[in-house]
Design a protein around this ligand. Structure first.
Ligand SMILES: Nc1ncnc2c1ncn2[C@@H]1O[C@H](COP(=O)(O)OP(=O)(O)O)[C@@H](O)[C@H]1O
Ligand SMILES: [Mg+2]
Length: 381
């Protein structure tokens, strides 16, 4: 709920299991409610029981670090829906969208396999069906989603060979997408624009139809009325693949997510780092904003965004020199190319930002010394 002023629960009567309750995001104290969050929450709630006007596919497109993922999670909290996500990758295939059928290998055959493979297959067989197969692999082996997906395909092959017609039982393991779709969760679909295979995009696209269904090898499942899909994607730039038109067409509400305003940047940084010096934070934010603009204008690929800002502010809060840490926390993250660095430095000089940074820091040092002196009783007036 947003500051208790409004209730956005979508299905107040719905009973979640304990496992599902754990998946509903809890807002940390550092979370700041944004205009976008208010707008989407209101819109979705208002249209929830309006049939074809229902809003259940949302697109958040924009800058890296602008808060797309956190907004998707905040919606999970506001709507009271379990949050889950899928991170797309270029080589995704249909089993990543739908799920996979795995033969259950008898224990005596299982023992002939490599220990790692045994562990993994056992983990999969023992899973209660609450988790998707990739999720089990991510947990058991500490993998990323993409690694887990490729491991799953390897296992499929292996289990197929190993079963060799002998397996009596086949089991279907739904994907994370299917799980969310069937059980009525809020699913963040990260970067579906990278997917190369048109057939996979089509499968994803038809899964987003409002009253659609997915054909599994074992059954046909219907879209749960509470299923909400939130597509999050960075805005396309020259050389990147834009979001598929058909997929874009499926969304009923879109937010353009940019680097937040300076005020919001400072507010979020204070919440995150606990550092409260507004003057210094303001000087750092100005620099981030100019670097972001300059990088874009000069087709420099890296980003100067919120994440760099937080780490930089935190370093400065802990006594690092602002000018020195500017390089390690911000500039080198954008680029280590000397010519590009020179362009960025020149922009900062032209805006007089390097000197204002130094001033802000000198002033902060003064204040610190004064504070220390008054604490220890020396230099007190
Ligand atoms: N509303 C918010 N209040 C406080 N911090 C936020 C908020 N939105 C994003 N952040 C912080 O900003 C950083 C980037 O947010 P994230 O959602 O991961 O961005 P994106 O998904 O757009 O790349 C994270 O550290 C996140 O905690
Ligand atoms: Mg994200």
């Amino acid at each position: 709920m947003i500051e208790n002023e409004e209730n956005f629960l979508l299905s107040p009567a719905r009973q979640l299991t304990d496992e599902e309750k754990k998946l509903v995001w809890k807002k940390p104290v550092s979370h700041k409610v944004s205009e976008e969050e208010r707008r989407i929450s209101k819109e979705v709630k208002r249209n929830w029981h309006r049939g074809e006007m229902k809003i259940a596919n949302i697109l958040l497109e924009g800058d890296a670090g602008s808060g797309k993922t956190q907004l998707a999670k905040a919606l999970s909290a506001n709507f009271g829906l379990p949050y889950t996500k899928v991170t797309c990758f270029a080589d995704m295939d249909k089993s990543d969208i739908i799920g996979a059928i795995l033969p259950v290998i008898p224990p005596e055959r299982l023992e002939e396999l490599e220990p790692v493979e045994q562990t993994v297959l056992k983990a999969v067989y023992e899973s209660d069906g609450f988790q998707s197969i990739t999720e089990v692999l991510m947990d058991a082996l500490g993998m990323t989603q993409e690694q887990a997906a490729s491991k799953m395909k390897h296992l499929l092959k292996l289990a197929g060979e190993c079963a060799d017609g002998e397996a009596v039982e086949y089991r279907f393991y739904p994907s994370e997408i299917v799980r969310a779709y069937q059980k009525g969760y809020l699913l963040e679909i990260q970067e579906p624009n990278v997917i190369r295979d048109a057939a996979v995009l089509m499968a994803l696209n038809s899964a987003l139809e409002l009253d659609g269904s997915i054909n599994l090898p074992t059954e046909i499942i219907r879209r749960h009325p509470d299923f909400v899909a939130v597509i999050t994607t960075n805005r396309s730039y020259a050389g990147s693949r834009p979001l598929n038109e058909a997929l874009r067409d499926r969304v009923q509400h879109t937010e353009k997510m940019d680097l937040p305003t300076k005020e919001v940047m400072i507010e979020r940084a204070m919440g995150k780092t606990g550092y409260q010096d507004e003057k210094v934070l303001s000087a750092l934010a100005d620099i981030i904003i100019i670097l972001d603009k300059t990088a874009r204008a000069n087709a420099i690929k890296g980003v100067a965004g919120m994440r760099s800002f937080f780490y930089w502010a935190d370093a400065v809060a802990n006594g690092a020199s602002a000018t020195e840490s500017l390089y390690h926390k911000v500039i080198y993250k954008i680029t280590t190319d000397s010519e590009e660095i020179a362009i960025l430095e020149e922009a900062l000089r032209n805006h007089g930002l390097l000197s204002s940074l130094e001033e802000a820091q000198i002033e902060e040092k003064k204040n610190e010394t004064l504070a220390m002196q008054s604490k220890s009783g020396h230099g007190a007036i």
